[in-house]
Ligand binder design. Structure first.
Ligand code: G
Ligand code: G
Ligand code: MN
Ligand code: NA
Length: 250
């Protein structure tokens, strides 16, 4: 596969792969509360390729381990210069299924000196459904390193109340599709409120993702979401832009 060949080359030469950061804001006052790291790739041969396209190929080809560690290492190194701002990194199911992952993560934290409490791992339910008991042990292992965990893309699949109870995520990220639907569907709105109630009962913070309009933001704030993320507030920006912004944090 062309994407696989080029991605391997970019990883080997450490060229063309960058990490950008999208701010999350506190719903109450819209102060920046954390950032999500997002991978970007400009291949010298293929041009800009979206992670939506190359991450699945990396997962199938086994490149995801190296790619995932690249993002973690880069995010930890860059975020070290931003006082008190937490950084969330997406970790794919295939990456978590590698038994060496927790040790690799511990190595990156030790090498960069990044405080584990400032790192959050975003995990999708795809990882949990296959073998929930293995997943539970791995998540416990990761949490013992001092990092926090967020359940990403909630509302798109099969995650149940039982799952939320078993896995003890620190944060629940409501998928953009739920937020879009809530604007003109009372049912969708009720589902957001119910999700917030479940999260509250389990002591999880709630994030509304993909907020693009003022109307959505206000609706999500009133529904009880703690944090908002989306183009209404900011697109993903460079590490340098985040570090400049960090001077103005509360
Ligand atoms: O940032 P963007 O909308 O282009 O991302 C598209 C998809 O790729 C999203 O599902 C996002 O979670 C995923 N993605 C972006 N960066 C990373 C990454 O560093 N690791 C993994 N596993 N997925 C990522
Ligand atoms: O799967 P995950 O939630 O990690 O995906 C995050 C993706 O959502 C990123 O690729 C990011 O570019 C995208 N994103 C962030 N904010 C918005 C938004 O307001 N609208 C849309 N359509 N996408 C967004
Ligand atoms: Mn995410
Ligand atoms: Na998401």
């Amino acid at each position: 596969h062309r994407i696989e060949t080029e991605l391997r080359a970019s990883l080997l030469t450490d060229q063309g792969l960058t990490v950008v950061y999208q701010p999350l804001v506190r719903a109450r006052d819209r102060a920046v509360s954390s950032v999500e790291a997002l991978l970007r790739w400009t291949s010298p041969v293929l041009g800009v390729v979206s992670p939506a396209e190359f991450v699945p190929i990396a997962e199938e080809s086994g490149l995801i381990d190296a790619l995932g560690l690249f993002v973690l290492q880069r995010a930890c190194a860059e975020a070290l210069t931003w006082p008190d701002l937490k950084v969330a990194v997406n970790v794919s199911a295939a990456q978590l299924r590698n038994p060496g992952f927790p040790a690799s993560l511990a190595g990156i934290l030790a090498e960069t000196g990044f405080p584990p409490a400032r790192l959050e791992l975003e995990i999708t339910e795809t990882y949990l459904v296959g073998s929930p008991d293995v997943a539970e042990r791995v998540l416990d292992q990761l949490k013992r390193l001092g990092v926090t965990v967020a359940l990403d893309d909630f509302g798109t699949g099969y995650a149940s109340i039982g799952f939320l109870r078993q896995f003890r995520f620190d944060k629940l990220k409501l998928d953009r599709s739920m937020i879009v639907d809530a604007v003109d569907s009372a049912t969708a709105q009720a589902l957001v409120q119910a999700s917030v109630a479940v999260a509250r009962a389990l002591d999880m913070q709630v994030v509304a993702e993909g907020v693009e309009t003022e109307r959505q933001a206000e609706l999500m704030r009133r529904a009880g979401c703690d944090h908002l993320q989306g183009w209404l507030f900011s697109r993903a920006v460079t590490a340098e832009q985040i570090s400049r912004l960090a001077h103005y944090l509360p």
